[in-house]
Design a protein around this ligand. Structure first.
Ligand code: SF4
Ligand code: MSK
Length: 671
């Protein structure tokens, strides 16, 4: 049965999004929002109880005790479906990491046009972490060895993938005892597909054991490699001023929107868009230059490093084209809707695919090759500029918000201690004293089955009020950026008193944008550094921290959630579980659903749950944080203990007479 059609306000809480949805209705153009309304999800598939892994099926199981033609139970089918999601998500992130490693190799050998080793300090620190000799060697030599080491991780058959050694020692020992340390990235993904083929692994717990091992190839493997190489090639992010939302599109300029995940081409398009020859070409076409912006994680990559504006998150990809102002949408891999091409045919927008791995029927394909990256980037921009004359009526919503992204783990350490004493000590101390109650990572996608950005923003806002420091990546970060929560002082009136003091003292926003989806590994690094700093236990599962993916939709999100659980984190996903059961109500027959929460908690100290109500997500987050605080013997969190210092307090005090000030500061009666 089709669901009721929702109003623009029910579909998106973003005013720019709502304006474009009204425009879509005026033009009778469908979007992911209307398609989600028209297509009710299949009850059996959405709970992971449909198996189509052989020609005897598909087998659609609906009742306890029912089996597929081969005898597979609901639990086996759900576990297999879950593992396949983890394998696909890990493959996507890891393949991204592989391509980055090959680009590093090409740059080291001067075979990649336009690229340089931008952060040689990170190159050398990373190489040293993996015991690659750096003394007396050139950057190219070090980069060559590091690229070879990274490339080898994918095809390695035995031993363990090297980034594992960056986890806390206790966690590594636990993984070794449980037998989940990945031997090689590709090997675990291939084995996941093998095990889930008809007639192979049929014990749900055993299948889910491999889900843990496969997910670790992502977080402590391919994604970590992707983040490190991106920083080495394009610079480790540091705070920079940016903007987010559709209002970053410009009426008088050629608008080029880059969308997808990999920074290799988009960084080159950034460089090409500033080339005087390209600017002159745009002016000759009657435009005021080229205006570049991003969607999804390609947006995050260039926003974090260059401050290039983000036109929006996942559900803004169609809405950007609906403005009528986009000359070209240039896409690479992941999270790109096939619907873009049909939608663009109503406007003048060119959809240009660039990856050898991802073509879309009807789109223009201009294949990217790092050996000629700058040349390809300029060709793409010329095509967009040539298209400017075809632009019709435009409707760009005048909605945008400033933000400060760029909080890499390196920068967080620097901002807390300065150049000579870079450290996580102040963060740990703030948590120990209760000034910060705990940390939440609010990450992940948009999903048109919920109101765009609502779950991200409501959970983030509520956690901030409770003195929880929030770190973000992916589309969640863009959702909160659009709301103004990623902008220093502007967000501080919305946070609890203790957290506010810390933000004012350190000079940070209460929500730290840490990057794209692969950059969730930065969060793993921060957690590891917090453990190393001391005072918060000796492993990640002891830290008062929670991960939330309130609007998840991609298989990559499931892979990320699983490696976070394996690392010891409590992870809450929004919405219904892909492995069955009633949301918020797990029964004894929900074997897989129970196993990934209670079962994994016993084995790894982390657990995964699916929760529909955002206020329940917040309640469970706070309950978990408080329980971890109590287990560490930390003082009970109380909002009344802090909030009487910081900049605003100083301003207040300055207005008082000396005796009143002394009275206020030291609690003595005013004379
Ligand atoms: Fe059905 Fe078993 Fe084939 Fe799956 S593997 S489709 S449950 S017969
Ligand atoms: S882009 S994976 S919709 S976060 Fe990374 Fe956004 Fe999710 Fe894609």
């Amino acid at each position: 049965m089709a669901k009721k059609e929702r109003s623009p306000q029910e579909r998106s809480m973003d005013p720019a999004g709502q304006a474009m949805l009204i425009r879509a209705d005026e033009l009778h153009i469908g979007t992911a929002f209307s398609r989600a309304d028209e297509m009710a999800p299949c009850n059996i598939g959405s709970t992971g109880m449909c198996c189509k892994m052989c020609g005897m099926g598909p087998c659609r199981l609906t009742k306890d005790g029912q089996t597929g033609v081969c005898g597979a139970t609901i639990d086996t089918i759900q576990a297999r479906n879950y593992l396949r999601m983890v394998a696909a998500g890990s493959a996507a992130h890891s393949d991204h990491g592989r391509d980055m490693a090959f680009t590093l190799k090409a740059v080291a050998n001067h075979e990649a046009e336009g690229y340089i080793l931008r952060d040689v300090a990170k190159l050398r620190t990373t190489a040293a972490l993996y015991d690659i000799p750096i003394d007396g060697r050139t950057n190219d030599q070090v980069a060559n060895d590091l690229a070879d080491l990274f490339i080898a991780q994918f095809g390695q058959q035995r031993g363990q993938v090297v980034p594992i050694k960056r986890a806390p020692a206790k966690r590594q020992k636990l993984w070794a005892e449980r037998g989940v340390i990945p031997r090689g990235i590709d090997r675990e993904v291939v084995e996941a597909l093998h095990r889930t083929h008809v007639g192979d692994d049929q014990d749900p717990a055993h299948i889910l054991h491999h889900a843990i091992r496969t997910s670790l190839t992502d977080g402590w493997g391919g994604s970590m490699i992707a983040t490190d190489v991106s920083d080495i090639l394009f610079g480790t992010p540091a705070p920079v001023l940016g903007q987010a939302n559709l209002g970053v599109l410009k009426k008088d300029m050629v608008n080029v929107v880059v969308h997808g995940h990999e920074p290799t081409l988009s960084e080159m398009i950034v460089a090409a868009s500033q080339d005087p020859e390209i600017i002159a070409y745009a002016r000759a076409a009657g435009a005021n230059g080229v205006n570049l912006s991003g969607i999804c994680c390609t947006a995050n990559e260039i926003l974090m490093r260059q401050g290039i504006p983000a036109a929006g998150n996942f559900l803004h990809q169609e809405l950007a084209i609906l403005t009528g102002s986009v000359e070209a949408m240039v896409v690479d891999v992941q999270c790109i809707m096939q619907a873009l091409v049909g939608l663009a045919s109503n406007f003048h927008t060119l959809v240009i695919t660039t990856s050898p791995k991802a073509k879309i029927t009807g789109a223009m394909h201009m294949e990217f090759d790092e050996r000629h990256a700058l040349t390809t980037a300029k060709e793409i921009l010329r095509k967009a500029i040539d298209n400017f004359k075809n632009r019709g009526e435009t409707r760009i919503p005048d909605v945008r918000e400033n933000l400060i992204p760029g909080f890499s783990n390196e920068y967080i350490s620097y901002m807390l201690g300065g150049t000579y004493r870079a450290s996580f000590r102040p963060l740990n101390d703030a948590i120990i004293s209760g000034r910060i109650r705990g940390v939440a990572a609010v990450v992940g996608c948009n999903n048109p089955r919920s109101t765009q950005d609502y779950l991200h923003t409501v959970t983030t806002r509520e956690l901030l009020k409770q003195d929880v420091l929030v770190v973000e990546t992916g589309c969640s970060a863009i959702a909160n950026a659009k709301l103004g929560l990623l902008l220093g002082q502007a967000g501080l009136d919305q946070v609890g008193p203790g957290l506010r003091e810390v933000c004012e003292t350190v000079g940070i926003p209460p929500v730290l944008h840490m990057g794209s989806c692969v950059d969730n590994t930065r969060i793993l690094t921060v957690l590891t550094q917090m453990v190393a700093e001391g005072g918060l236990g000796d492993d990640i599962d002891q830290i008062p921290a929670v991960g939330l993916a309130p609007e998840w939709m991609s298989e990559k999100a499931i892979a990320i959630g699983t490696y976070c659980v394996a690392s010891g984190a409590y992870v809450i996903f929004g919405g219904a579980s892909p492995v069955g059961g009633m949301p918020d109500r797990v029964t004894d027959s929900d074997i897989v659903l129970k196993y990934i929460s209670e079962g994994w908690e016993k084995l790894y100290g982390g657990k995964m749950e699916f929760v529909v109500d955002p206020h329940e997500m917040v309640r469970r987050t706070l309950e978990h944080i408080d329980a971890k605080r109590a287990a560490l013997g930390l003082v009970k969190y109380s909002p009344t203990r802090f909030g009487r210092s910081g900049d605003d307090r100083m301003v207040e005090l300055e207005k008082l007479s000396l005796s009143e000030r002394q009275a206020a500061m030291y609690g003595v009666p005013a004379r």
